[in-house]
Design a protein around this ligand. Structure first.
Ligand code: GUN
Length: 287
């Protein structure tokens, strides 16, 4: 193995320490940061993510409110809860865990969250602001990736960056952030004709495909920085990423592991967005 390991867990711990200090400062001024999390249905992966988000809040001194709904919940009930949380001055962040059961119109739910409390950055207005390089809540996973690239001093201006995956949650905002940072960005996906042609040119390669060990060493440019966003559970219960770590690490210059790479940074950025929202609320109140 030649690649340097990018330790997302260590970076996340450092950043969470700073977030906890900001949260404590806000609480001392009477504005304790508060995140409301809604989980609809019984998807086991979503349940784990929500549990980790709530636990992350607690450790950082952020209050959390959790609302669980059955898979057959009526959309009106969830919409009414969102309206209540939007109007509650003690709530600074609202997150609806995705995916939603089929009776929900996902875009309508995300747009029912107040833009000021949209700490996931999924509201169309925040997406638009990000695309225009204006201040916005940035989706947590790609934001976490940018923090990792920054902390590793990976040059982005003029770099060739390739993102595999075009989801609204990761691929598209990731491409936007890399573009805003001056990279030349290619987005590859399931319809891409010659994946290797693109990935072998990438100085920075971000894999967000959702397929275990999909990106093998032969797809990677020697010395590239490889960021693995995937979290896949193998039949034996172990976690693995979208990158085949062993073959990739023999070629790459730097690589994120799974677990311990991007995952811990995602929740960290959610906590940061919640604290930012609470700081804005405190400023509005003159605290
Ligand atoms: N489902 C998978 N990732 C995410 C995320 O970052 N936020 C929400 N709300 N749902 C998700």
């Amino acid at each position: 193995m030649t690649a340097r390991i990018i330790d997302g867990k260590a970076l996340a711990e450092r950043v969470r320490g700073e977030i906890a200090a900001r949260a404590a400062g806000l609480a001392a001024r009477g504005e304790q940061p508060c995140l409301a999390v809604l989980l609809i249905g019984s998807d086991p992966a979503s349940a784990v993510y929500v549990r980790n988000k709530v636990a992350g809040c607690e450790k950082a001194g952020i209050r959390s409110l959790r609302f669980d709904y059955p898979a057959d919940a009526a959309p009106e009930v969830v919409m009414a809860k969102l309206a209540e949380l939007n109007a509650d001055p003690a709530v600074h962040g609202i997150l609806v865990q995705l995916p939603l059961p089929l009776q929900f119109d996902e875009a309508a739910v995300l747009e029912a969250i107040s833009v000021e409390k949209d700490v996931d950055g999924f509201h169309a207005e925040n997406v638009g602001r990000l695309s225009q390089n204006q201040e916005a809540f940035i989706p947590c996973t790609p934001h976490g990736v940018m923090k990792m690239l920054e902390s590793e001093h990976v040059p982005l201006s003029g770099a060739e960056a390739v993102v595999i995956g075009r989801s609204n949650i990761v691929g598209k905002p990731m491409a936007m952030l890399l573009t805003n940072a001056g990279a030349t960005v290619t987005v590859c996906h399931s319809k891409t004709r010659d994946l290797a042609f693109h990935t072998r040119r990438a100085d920075v390669l971000v894999a967000a495909v959702g397929k275990p060990r999909f990106v093998t060493g032969d797809l990677i440019k020697p010395g590239a920085t490889v960021i693995d966003v995937g979290i896949n559970r193998l039949p034996d219960g172990k976690l693995c990423g979208d990158v085949d770590f062993d073959s990739a690490a023999a070629v790459a210059g730097a690589i994120t592991p799974v677990p311990g790479g991007v995952g811990p940074m995602t929740i960290t950025m959610l906590l940061e967005n919640t604290v930012i929202s609470a700081e804005r609320a405190a400023r509005r109140k003159g605290l």
